[in-house]
Design a binder for this molecule. Sequence first.
Ligand SMILES: [Zn+2]
Length: 85
Amino acid sequence: MLSHCENSECSRPSLQLGQGKLFMVETKYVATSEELATPPVSYARRRTRRVERYWLCDECARVSTLVHDQKHGVTMIALPQPPLR
Ligand SMILES: [Zn+2]
């Protein structure tokens, strides 16, 4: 459930979804060893993918973005800023 900005230093509540930036990240479902031990029929019924949703408020989306990688999950990185004139 989306409730706050992904930036832990910001944590603005996402009360107004028209604002900020929504990120949809498709993550592969990782089966645990317990689940792998279940019969194939029930295993096949399980979802193998899921979509995680993350939200950045306007302020944070202006200066940063979210990236996803297999090892670290979703990480916030700074966007390159255009030089000030
Ligand atoms: Zn924020």
